[in-house]
Design a protein around this ligand. Structure first.
Ligand code: HEM
Length: 492
């Protein structure tokens, strides 16, 4: 490969996916410095076949690739999970026949009375759901319970208990980690009460962490192990996913009738054992993905929103933290324009920073670089990595990409937001068609649910008296919980 003359160095091959270069911004700087439209990287594993990964970073390319079903496919999901075809173990299966049957089953379960919608009316803006929609009710109940749980824990703190707090890593009275103690608990409660999937554990915090640990490896494997080129990660992920799946099937037998698992049980074919076995397989695949998205993605999405509020909003000068009055105002602003505000926060910090696609057919595109003959070649079997996080801050699309955009601008740029997959600009038109093999998009199925839950979670924070922070810039990354962010409140 031609030698590139630049002060920013970026190797073009390695034994694993270049996660570090992505996280520390090296890849982005390199592409910018060299005016690269694409960057091709060869993964050369110690064992097994090499894999070419092509990175795309411009907003328009990512939007187009999201819709491109001619050159690209979703079989990367099955490749990463070492499944696919008749053995498909995942809802986003590459096998169209399985996928169709799974979607049909899910839609039938959601349509049972009382029906569960994904959005209401013709407008994709707001309200996302009717106030008495099961998801909206479930989100409210989960927020109530999480808040009550925090208050009860605070009240239970005796002085002897607080003496032990350092040793037991307990938090000070009136201090909470809004991500772990609240956000992840709310999303766990939604999985428990909406889906019917629960895990055992001493208390809600432990149960929610346990469920996160069960589903986390599956998501990490999908994102950091394209083409399953690191067998140890695949092995661990598959091993832990089996525990997760077993738990789902155990709960399937016991879940209350109104939960998603209960609804799926109602639709069980009652005669043929082969059909019954197939049905249970579909149930496990559907719930693995949906429960994971509710708990892991929505929980991490909440962490991203908290981080954006801390780092991207403007506050009075010389004020060390976020005052309660600021917080109340911010939440009011979100409640006024929920779609735009939530999406804008998620544009800055999304749980999905990049998305893969498999190249299913050879093609080439202009690469804007003088040293590759002006074209980048994509070959069947290569992987495309859409850098959605960076493309969401593309200066050619977003003016002042690192600041919070005014609501009006965000409204006009809906078709450029990437964190929920291919932008879903006219959901009301798509409900009847989706999903079908002719649908040229793959938007997030649960995005209206996720926004409803995220809004409820933000509003619920105000139930903690005088919630505020003592200083800014204290969000810490944590892959296990989605982040750490401590806030103070009056606990008496
Ligand atoms: C903040 C939270 C969430 C984020 C950031 C998110 C993100 C995404 C993204 C990026 C995709 C597209 C993947 C691709 O094109 O390869 C997607 C698809 C999907 N999401 Fe979400 N999601 C969230 C919450 C949810 C929730 C709560 C559900 C619950 C049902 C859900 C269910 C799905 C499903 C089923 C798909 C696949 C759709 C299909 O196969 O056509 N997501 N999501």
């Amino acid at each position: 490969m031609a030698q590139i003359e630049t002060h920013i160095n970026m190797p073009d091959a390695g034994s694993a996916f270049p996660m570090k270069a992505l996280q520390n911004g090296q890849l982005n700087s390199f592409m910018k410095a060299n005016k690269r439209r694409f960057f091709s990287y060869k993964i050369k594993p110690f064992l097994g076949k090499p894999l070419n990964v092509h990175f795309a970073v411009s907003n328009s390319d990512v939007v187009n690739f999201y819709k491109d079903e001619e050159n690209l496919s979703l079989s990367n999901y099955d490749l990463s999970l070492r499944t696919g075809g008749a053995k498909s173990q995942f809802f986003i299966s590459a096998d169209i026949e399985f996928l169709g049957r799974q979607w049909a089953l899910l839609n039938r379960a959601l349509d049972l009375e009382p029906a569960i919608n994904r959005y209401q009316g013709d407008t994709p803006s707001f309200p996302f759901l009717a106030p008495d929609d099961p998801i909206a009710l479930c989100a409210q109940a989960a927020v109530n319970q999480a808040v009550q749980n925090i208050l009860a824990r605070e009240n239970a703190k005796s002085s002897i208990f607080s003496l032990l707090k350092f040793w037991r890593k307990e938090r000070r009275k009136g201090e909470i980690d809004v991500i772990k103690d609240y956000g992840n608990v709310v999303t766990y409660l939604i999985v428990r009460d909406f889906i019917g999937l629960s895990v055992s554990g001493q208390n809600l915090f432990k149960q929610s962490s346990k469920l996160r640990l069960m589903m986390g490896p599956m998501f990490f494997n999908l994102f950091i192990n394209p083409g399953a080129r690191r067998p140890i990660i695949s092995f661990l992920s598959n091993f832990i996913s089996k525990i997760y799946k077993r738990r789902i099937l155990k709960c399937y037998g016991e879940a209350p009738a109104e939960t998603l698992l209960g609804r799926l049980r109602t639709l069980e074919p009652n005669s043929d054992p082969v059909q019954l076995d197939q049905h249970r397989k579909y149930v496990a695949n559907i719930v693995m993905e949906l429960a994971g998205s509710f708990h892991f993605l929505t929980g991490s999405g909440f962490a991203g929103i908290v981080q954006a509020i801390d780092e991207k909003e403007t506050y009075p000068e010389n004020q060390p933290g976020i005052s309660n009055a600021d917080l109340v105002q911010l939440v009011e602003n979100v409640a006024h324009d929920p779609r735009e505000k939530l999406d804008e926060y998620l544009r800055h910090y999304s749980p999905t920073e990049f998305i893969f696609r498999a190249v299913q057919k050879d093609f080439e595109l202009k690469s804007d670089t003088p040293w590759t003959d002006g074209t980048t070649k994509f070959s069947q079997g290569d992987m495309m990595c859409l850098l959605t996080g960076l493309a969401s801050k593309d200066g050619d699309t977003f003016e002042n990409p690192d600041s919070v955009m005014p609501v009006e601008n965000a409204k006009c740029l809906r078709h450029k937001y990437l964190h929920f997959g291919s932008p879903d600009v006219e959901p009301a038109k798509r409900r009847s068609k989706f999903p079908s093999e002719n649908t040229p998009h793959h938007p997030c199925f649960g995005q209206y649910w996720a926004r409803t839950i995220l809004l409820e979670m933000l509003t619920g924070l105000l139930r903690l008296d005088n919630l505020h922070t003592v200083k800014r810039g204290q969000f810490k990354m944590n892959p296990f919980s989605g982040g750490i962010y401590k806030m103070q409140f009056n606990s008496d």
